[in-house]
Ligand binder design. Sequence first.
Ligand code: IPE
Ligand code: IPE
Ligand code: MG
Length: 237
Amino acid sequence: MKKKLLPPRHIAIVMDGNGRWAKEHGLPRIKGHEQGAHSVEESIAACLEAGVEFLTLYAFSSENWKRPQLEVQGLMLLLEHYLHHKIEEMNRHEIRFQAIGRLSELSSNIQEQLEKVRRATAHHCKLTLTLALNYGARHEMIDALRAIVGKVIQGALTPEEITEEVFSQHLYTAHMPDPDLLVRTSGEHRLSNFLLWQLSYAEFYIVKKYWPDFKKNDLLEAIEAYQQRERRFGEVR
Ligand code: IPE
Ligand code: IPE
Ligand code: MG
């Protein structure tokens, strides 16, 4: 009989479809984003129930600045609101919070809030919740490369010492295992510049549902489907 996999240690989600959800409900796009924030709670609850250790959510890409200014502003306000209201809940559920991306390009207010929540929850270890903000995998790799080249120039590292492990340790996700499962809502089959290096061997799970309709049981179903997969990592099994 085929052995069932353990639940994923790390789930990454491309939370997509807020705009289409809003359009279908005759609402402005920002209402879709507001509704999408509830789905974050649903996914956190599923991870806590299933014993998932890391949940990484794609919340704002380095390309999303190209959206209308009003939508970008609305998303930033929503983020501020979320960060302001969630510390207590994160502490209650023993959630460690962090953000990845070029955070220095976000407003100073948001940077301060991110740091505040990170510090307030840093001692927890049940679930690590990571928000990808102003995140782009290509930016991340360029940033890693710059840091590594800097060390080589200083003589702290030789080119031969640059291994996959060393490169991984210079990414924003250093100290996190690679995602086992990638979920994307609203049916699109693309990565949109998300965790290109880290997703090398992740299992993909794509659902038609828009993100605001994606509930706790939907993520539990994704986890169940993952557990039925056979991961080979290039070997013969
Ligand atoms: C995902 O929903 C949220 C962000 C990218 C911030 P979208 O806003 O991309 O929704 P669609 O794809 O337009 O439906
Ligand atoms: C990816 O969704 C980014 C986030 C979910 C934050 P997009 O909606 O921006 O991706 P594309 O434009 O469909 O590739
Ligand atoms: Mg989209």
